[in-house]
Design a protein around this ligand. Structure first.
Ligand SMILES: Cc1cc2nc3c(=O)[nH]c(=O)nc-3n(C[C@H](O)[C@H](O)[C@H](O)COP(=O)(O)OP(=O)(O)OC[C@H]3O[C@@H](n4cnc5c(N)ncnc54)[C@H](O)[C@@H]3O)c2cc1C
Length: 391
């Protein structure tokens, strides 16, 4: 496109990954012209993210809520975990948007572009990003780098997942104090396990209000026809385990988090995938925000140092083998998978669990943690899966 100026970067998609990357690039003072192209289909007002961290990352302080303790429970046991030096954080979309805007404001050439990305074409001089503006007009912008959380024009922008987390949630208001606003319930297995390994999650927003979710590790197709039973088991958890008394349900929520073992997209020259597209959703937990933040910092550091940003990987490759084993067990031997998670949660201190899930545990601590886990049983499940496949 002769005559068209080339911007330093177009970030395609202004969700978690797009916003966090824009903030990290602005914070290190990289780039004169950086555009965040977003279609507005997922307004920030409707979004929120939870993650854990030690507080030193750029957007950690954007969270309005940080829990220092977390509850975990199963049939016949319950445990409160101290999380320090970690905290379990929750940021709403508007909070994140404001925190990012404060950082990005320091760079004049950073702009938000409303539109729907339609295609990326790489040539010798960079990338041409084709998009449709809000009035439906076809437009294009040229960039030296594209950081892509969307995959416009890709043959399969969203590949089939290996599994999904199927989530049903309700927002509850009680007549009397019923929740401990200082503690989040991360995993409570005291919910029906007939539809797969399932756990409840309780995020209190006050002593009388909370988000209560039930999550099931389901196959790639999700729970489908079993969704009604999912809702019924969530209601049973509220009634029988939480025993809330008089309450009203303010809102229902549901969603599925695709879990993929291989990153859906690989870097292609100046086009670098970010976010879920770059494999930032941890397959065994469904959490992505902490990884995305580390990925953003690594991309920014690479650019600042003149290195190729497509090689910035914030997680360990060996951890994928572990995640694959756990996902396989979820399908073939749910009791073994649940046993693994329960051992992890009951036999280890909170910070060790969180560091393990972050793939950030020092070697000696790793050995201590492995000694607490039923690894032989998980190994058998994996071996059985491999021999079935090879037959
Ligand atoms: C229901 C649900 C809840 C989750 N909760 C958490 C959580 O609490 N904590 C956590 O760590 N992870 C969570 N995840 C995992 C989640 O995938 C990531 O946290 C995160 O949102 C992924 O970031 P992303 O930027 O890749 O995608 P998104 O945040 O979804 O951002 C993609 C953006 O691109 C825009 N877009 C799409 N197509 C186009 C197009 N053609 N042109 C322009 N813009 C486009 C979208 O509108 C959106 O704004 C959740 C996932 C789901 C599905």
């Amino acid at each position: 496109m002769p005559g068209t100026a080339t911007v330093d970067a177009v970030i395609v998609g202004g969700g978690a990954a797009g916003l966090l990357l824009a903030a990290h690039l602005a914070a290190i003072g990289w780039g004169d012209d950086v555009l965040v192209l977003d279609d507005g289909a997922q307004p920030l007002e409707d979004r929120a993210w939870a993650w854990w961290s030690t507080g030193g990352a750029l957007l950690d302080r954007a969270s309005s809520r940080a829990f220092e303790v977390a509850d975990v429970a199963g049939e016949g046991w319950a445990r409160r975990l101290g999380l320090g030096p970690y905290a379990y954080r929750v940021v709403t979309g508007p909070e994140l948007g404001e925190a990012v805007a404060r950082i990005v404001r320091t760079r004049r050439g950073y702009r938000r572009l409303s539109g729907t990305a339609r295609g990326l074409a790489v040539d010798d001089a960079g990338v041409q990003v084709a998009y449709e503006d809000p009035d439906g007009r076809a437009r294009a912008v040229r960039a030296r780098w594209v950081f892509d959380s969307v995959g416009p024009g890709a043959a399969a922008p969203v590949p089939d997942p290996d599994a999904v987390l199927d989530v049903a949630g309700i927002r509850i208001e009680t007549a009397r104090d019923a929740f401990d606003p200082a503690a989040v319930t991360l995993m409570d297995f005291r919910t029906g396990q007939e539809d797969g390994v399932a756990f409840a999650y309780v995020l209190p927003t006050s002593a009388r209000t909370a988000l209560v979710e039930r999550t099931v590790y389901a196959g790639p197709e999700g729970l489908g026809g079993a969704a009604d039973a999912h809702e019924a088991r969530l209601a049973a958890y509220v009634r029988d385990v939480l025993g809330l008394g008089e309450h009203r349900i303010v809102a229902h929520e549901s969603g599925t988090i695709p879990l993929v073992l291989r990153p859906p997209a690989r870097p292609d020259g100046p086009v670098v995938p970010i976010g879920a597209r770059a494999g930032m959703v941890k397959p065994s937990t469904g959490y992505a925000f902490g990884r995305i933040q580390r990925h953003s910092a690594a991309i920014a550091a690479a650019l600042a140092a003149g290195r190729y940003p497509g090689r910035a990987v914030p997680h360990r490759r060996w951890a994928r083998t572990q995640d694959a084993a756990l996902l396989r067990a979820m399908r073939t031997d749910p009791a073994a998978a649940r046993g693994f998670l329960e051992a992890l949660l009951t036999r280890n201190p909170g910070p060790r669990i969180l560091a393990f899930l972050d793939e950030d545990l020092p070697a000696a601590e790793h050995l201590r943690l492995y000694a607490t886990l039923p690894l032989p049983r998980l190994g058998l499940v994996v071996a059985a899966g491999s021999s079935r496949r090879s037959r």
